[in-house]
Structures are given as C-alpha cells and as structure tokens.
Design a protein around this ligand. Structure first.
Ligand code: PMP
Length: 330
C-alpha cells in the first residue's frame, strides 16, 4: 500500500511546468513552480506546518491552544489544515479586500474569520495587524505565528522550496522570480539559490505598483497577497538583485491568459509574478532558465479576476472576455 499518514505530509515537492504559449518569441526556458499542488492550494502550507511545529517545540503553542493570525487567506488555510489535525482552534483576521470566496474557505475548515477595513493605516486600532494583536492578548492560550516576523517562514523555503528548485533544474536555473508579500518566499529561496550557485542565480522580486518594495507609499492596489505598506522582518532587503513593479491590469491580464493559454487556473499574484518573469525573459538568452513561483490557484478569484463585470468596473477589461458566448462572436 502507498499512502500518506495524513494530508500535512503531502506538502511540498510541487511540479515545475514549462510556460510555452505566453512566452512565444522569447529565447529562454521559463518554468513555473506550481504551488497550488499543495493540499491547502497554496505555497503557504509550507510555512504553516513549519511555524506550528516550531511553536509546539518551544512551548509557545500548547495542547488545546488557539492560533490567531492576520492572513489574506492562504496562510490561514495552511494553518487550519495543521490545526484541525492537532486539535487547535483558529481565529483569522483579514482585510476586507480579500474575496468572500477565500473567507468562506477558511470557515469551511472550521476557522473563525474577523474582517477589518483595508483603507486604514497599519497603526490604526481597526487595522488587521492591531485587531489580531488584541485578540492574541485577550484569548487565553492564544499564539500568533506572525508570518511577518517568524524566522520559520523564510526558513521553510530555505530548507524545502529552494533545494527543490535547484534539484528540479539540475542546477541550471539562472533567474528566480517571485512576488513579495511577507518576503518569506523570496528571502528563503533567494538566499538558498545564491549560496548554492556562488551568487550566480539572479533573484528578482515582483511587486504591485504602490507597494513599498518598489518605492511606493503603500497606496491601495487590488492584487491580493503581495506588496506591503511596511517593511516586514521576514523580508531580507539584501536578497533581490532587482524589483519589477507590475500594475494591477498587467497582473490580471496575464492571470487570465495563464488559464486560457497554459491551462493554469491561478491567482492574481501569479499573473503578477509571471509578468515580471516575462519582462526578464524578453532580455535573456537561449541558455537562461527562469523559474517563477506561482503561489496559489484561481478558484478563489472567480468572482473578481475571472468575472468580466468586475474587471470592467475597474477598467481592466481589454481582451479575452471570460464569459464570451457564441452570440458575441456571431
Ligand atoms: N501570493 C499570494 C496569493 C499570497 O498569499 C502570498 C503570501 N502573502 C504571496 C503571494 C507572497 O508570498 P510571501 O509572503 O512569502 O512573500
């Protein structure tokens, strides 16, 4: 018999898939690391299991305890998966721009969800950072993983995702591209790839227009899970050779093309990272191997990015209507 002891053991070892159509006319090999293959559907399963295990070892999380975390959804799913198996309660705090679909997924895993306004400063008592702090103080036995400062966030990528990419490309990777949210993904993978290649692999961060990583002030943007209005401890400022700024429109356009042209139904931050990877690919040579990490799947965005009315409302709709019918064509 071949089986896993539990669903958490299936986290990691995600496939690399070549992007063939959206890269038309470009010289290098562009490979996507498809993180929706993780059981919770995103890259965040990796950090969730690592942060919980470390907290159990250190005694910060005790049997029957409560996990409280500000999360845009994906980290919550990862934490809820692990918590459910080990008997912890979960309370998640998320900004109101996070889609209802994503909030409902957290509730389906048995978590409680508290929704906070996006359009307030991080120091505002209503901000999702402050609300989660208060809940952590007030709920007995509460532990906050704090993915924005927890060293086990980047460490999980340094120890798992980075080595996977190096092995899968036989050490031929020349560029690594990922979106930056907490910075855990790019810092952990970037540091590993820099070390193992003696500094040869170029690390490129993708950032929404308006976010601090590309020099913005934190003004609102619609792509979810990436960009920040402050500098988290989990982001290693020395790791990126370059940051590429991507607009919401370019992110969502490419997200839709990935579904139609590559068969990859992925989220908006995937389109953003892939757009940055294509920008790198346009100026790279035939021997270059560019790996772009795609953090999650697209089902949580059906009522937004894949909804023509939503796209049109923000002026994002230019080509390829999702709901185009035979009648539209005739
Ligand atoms: N994309 C999505 C959809 C995410 O949820 C996250 C995590 N915030 C990221 C990208 C960015 O990953 P990281 O926090 O490791 O920088």
């Amino acid at each position: 018999m071949r089986y896993f002891e539990n669903i958490v053991d299936t986290i990691g070892d995600t496939p690399l898939v070549r992007l063939r159509n959206v890269t038309e006319g470009m010289a290098p090999t562009v490979l996507a690391k498809i993180e929706y293959f993780n059981p919770g559907g995103s890259v965040k399963d990796r950090i969730a299991v690592r942060m919980v295990e470390a907290a159990e070892r250190s005694g910060e999380l005790k049997p029957g305890g409560t996990i409280v975390e500000p999360t845009s959804g994906n980290t919550g799913v990862g934490l809820a998966l692990v918590a459910q198996l080990r008997g912890y309660r979960c309370v998640f705090v998320c900004p109101d721009k996070v889609s209802e679909d994503k909030q409902n997924v957290l509730r389906a895993y048995g978590a409680e969800v508290v929704v906070c306004p996006t359009a307030v400063a991080p120091e505002d008592p209503r901000s999702y950072y402050n609300v989660s702090d208060r809940l952590t103080r007030e709920i007995p036995g509460a532990w906050k993983p704090n993915q924005y400062a927890n060293p086990n966030n980047p460490r999980s990528h340094y120890e798992s995702t980075g080595p996977e990419i190096w092995k899968q490309t036989d050490g031929r990777i020349t560029h690594f591209v990922a979106g930056v949210g907490t910075g855990g993904t790019i810092s952990g993978i970037g540091r590993y790839l820099k070390e193992v290649s003696d500094g040869r692999v170029q690390i490129i961060g993708a950032d929404p227009e308006g976010s601090v990583y590309s020099g913005g002030t934190g003004r609102p943007y619609l792509v979810e899970g990436v960009g920040e209005d402050f500098w988290p401890e989990t982001y290693d400022k020395g790791v990126c050779d370059r940051i590429i700024e991507v607009s919401d429109k370019a992110s969502f356009d490419l997200t839709r093309r990935l579904a139609r042209e590559e068969g990859l139904l992925v989220g908006g931050s995937c389109g953003m990272a892939a757009e940055a990877a294509l920008e790198v690919a346009r100026h790279a040579g035939p021997d270059d191997v560019i790996v772009v990490l795609l953090p999650d799947g697209g089902r949580g965005y059906l009522s937004k990015i894949f909804n023509d009315d939503w796209m049109a409302r923000y002026g994002f709709l230019s080509t390829g209507r999702v709901g185009a019918t035979v009648a539209d064509v005739l």
